[in-house]
Ligand binder design. Structure first.
Ligand code: ZN
Length: 279
């Protein structure tokens, strides 16, 4: 009986298993299809999430570094004071230099424009031909002291002020690395003959048209003194440059080597002569 039942049912059972396996295979195939169709879905949310989540995270870090350059103001502030200080010293000389043109105008006003500190004593009359109708007594020029003070005609004081600021001071800075602090004056107005020689013609000093310089103390403390010099030392170059620059602004320039009377000072004057006399 059993054998009969088996033989009778077997084909049907095997047919069922085939059908089941087919059904299972189809259903698993459906699941695969679902898995495949779901897999592409995630990419869709990606663009959504990046726009919502990634962008802010990108903007935040990018803004922080830009906000950090708060040092930018430092750069703006730093150059301002730096630029202001270096330009400040040159500005006064540039604004003053235009006033350098000598001829004409109010001499006293031109002295003030050059930063000359002076007073105007009473006229000096005599003895003899000596004297200054309208003297000025100069204490300092642009912060550079004159020791002792120099009594001169106003045009002579103006010529020396221009020369000191326009030639001597730049030469001192260029050669000695420091501006003049004090000019040591050997002579200004004094009633005497040339070189103190009896019977000689009257010196330009007798009319306040000459000034003698024997030394200059620089702001650094260094002192340059007039002396017979040659060669390429700083003192020699400075002395030569000052002497050369003086010829023109002054009508007479004398110093070491000119004669036996000017070995220790430079003489500058505004003698009324047709040409300059510089040796
Ligand atoms: Zn002199």
């Amino acid at each position: 009986m059993l054998a009969l039942l088996r033989s009778a049912l077997w084909p049907r059972l095997s047919a069922l298993t085939v059908a089941l396996s087919l059904a299972l295979g189809a259903s698993s195939g459906v699941h695969i299809a679902h898995a495949q169709s779901v897999a592409p879905v995630p990419p869709a949310p990606i663009p959504l999430s990046p726009s919502a989540g990634t962008v802010p995270s990108l903007q935040a870090p990018s803004r922080r570094p830009y906000a950090a350059p708060a040092p930018i103001p430092r750069a703006d502030r730093a150059p301002l004071p730096l630029a202001a200080t270096p330009f400040a010293p040159s500005a006064p000389t540039q604004t003053v230099l235009p006033a350098l043109p000598t001829a004409g105008g109010d001499c006293a006003a031109q002295l003030r424009a050059l930063g000359v500190i002076f007073n105007q004593p009473s006229p000096i009359n005599g003895p003899g031909a000596c004297g200054i109708p309208a003297p000025v007594k100069v204490t300092s020029i642009g912060g550079i002291a004159l020791r002792p003070t120099a009594t001169l005609t106003c045009p002579t004081a103006l010529a020396f002020a221009q020369f000191l600021r326009g030639e001597i001071a730049p030469a001192a800075r260029a050669i000695h690395g420091a501006p003049p602090a004090t000019v040591h004056v050997a002579a200004s107005y004094v009633c005497r003959t040339r070189n103190h020689q009896p019977g000689a013609r009257m010196s330009e000093h007798s009319f306040g048209r000459a000034i003698d310089v024997r030394a200059i103390t620089l702001a650094s403390g260094r002192q340059w003194s007039v002396a017979p010099r040659s060669g390429g030392s700083a003192d020699a170059r400075f002395q030569a440059r000052v002497r050369q620059a003086a010829c023109g602004p002054f009508r007479t320039v004398l110093g070491p080597g000119s004669d036996g009377f000017h070995t220790d000072h430079l003489h500058f004057d505004l003698a009324e002569r047709r040409s300059t006399y510089c040796r």
